[in-house]
Design a protein around this ligand. Structure first.
Ligand SMILES: [Zn+2]
Length: 303
């Protein structure tokens, strides 16, 4: 999807929110910006003038005001701070989105039988893989590393799913390092895996394919991930998933949009697929930069 189409999809989210009878949160937020919102709806290029959404906006609002859907349609309420260390956010969801599946040619599904996941929404991944690859799975609680490490040793998983911190917290408690050599895939998501963590995982899982995706509690969705080509080249870039997010980069000091390649800025996301509480121009607080490398995967968004 081209950036123009993604922007159009973001504007469609805005339109849907504004016609909903359950959109008090955004109506109030935009009350001083009616002219801007009108201009966007009418098709002029005013998107960049639309106010940002911040974590404080969410934190300081009533849960009921943020419900874009009728209360009875909420299937899941997630109350968590994720790994941010900030206060707890209460985020409604219609359902758990099926997580994007990786290209199976890199997973060698015949050799993957047992998955370990670390709590939270990771059960969705395990369920996807169970259905697609008929694999077995168990959940480990990173809060109890002693039991988790014992279960890990007995179960001997082929694939791990989890936040980088959760996987890292288990490593010192696995006494038999040979067990780690049998892990074939380490699938990380949530907070971005730092270079130091990445090197640590490469050292401890010498035979594993390491995949890192970007997701957040607020978006309740995986927003960016590597394509097959990035995985094959063992690079640490990610594509914004075109069906999931319209991504912008801003200068946090001036709030102006950055379009130059390689310049570091704050990632701003408009989530295209969470109808319970849409995020529109949400300032993630995470830093990113644009890389316009030519990628043969066909996803078509900058990495
Ligand atoms: Zn690609």
């Amino acid at each position: 999807m081209s950036p123009e189409k993604q922007k159009k999809a973001a504007i469609d989210v805005l339109k849907k929110v504004l016609v909903s009878e359950h959109s008090g949160f955004y109506r109030e937020k935009y009350s001083a910006h009616i002219d801007t919102v009108d201009a966007i709806i009418k098709g002029s290029e005013e998107w960049e003038a639309l106010p940002f959404l911040t974590r404080d906006d969410i934190q300081n609002s009533l849960y009921s005001d943020r419900l874009y859907i009728p209360f009875n349609d909420v299937r899941l309420v997630r109350a968590t701070s994720g790994t941010s260390g900030l206060g707890i956010l209460t985020i409604p969801r219609v359902r758990l989105h099926p997580a994007p599946l990786f290209d199976k040619q890199y997973l060698q599904p015949d050799s993957i039988k047992r998955a370990v996941t670390f709590s939270g929404a990771h059960c969705v991944y395990a369920d996807n893989f169970r259905k697609r690859f008929n694999l077995d799975s168990i959940y480990l609680d990173p809060g109890d590393v002693n039991i988790s490490s014992r279960l890990f040793s007995i179960y001997k998983p082929d694939i791990l799913f989890g936040f980088p911190y959760a996987v890292a917290s288990l490593l010192p408690h696995i006494n038999d390092k040979e067990l780690l050599k049998s892990v074939k895939v380490v699938s990380l998501f949530g907070e971005w895996c730092s270079e130091l963590q990445w090197k640590n995982f490469e050292k401890h899982f010498p035979n594993a394919l390491i995949i890192s995706e970007y997701a957040s509690v607020e978006s309740q969705s995986t927003l960016c991930g590597p394509c097959s080509e990035i995985i094959k080249n063992k690079e640490r870039f990610v594509h914004p998933f075109p069906d999931s997010v319209y991504a912008e980069l801003i200068d946090p000091a001036t709030n102006s949009v950055i379009t130059e390649e390689g310049v570091s800025g704050e990632l701003v996301v408009t989530v295209l697929r969470n109808p319970a509480f849409p995020l529109i121009r949400y300032k993630t607080g995470d830093s990113a930069r644009i890389i316009r490398s030519s990628c043969s995967c066909g996803i078509g968004t900058s990495v």
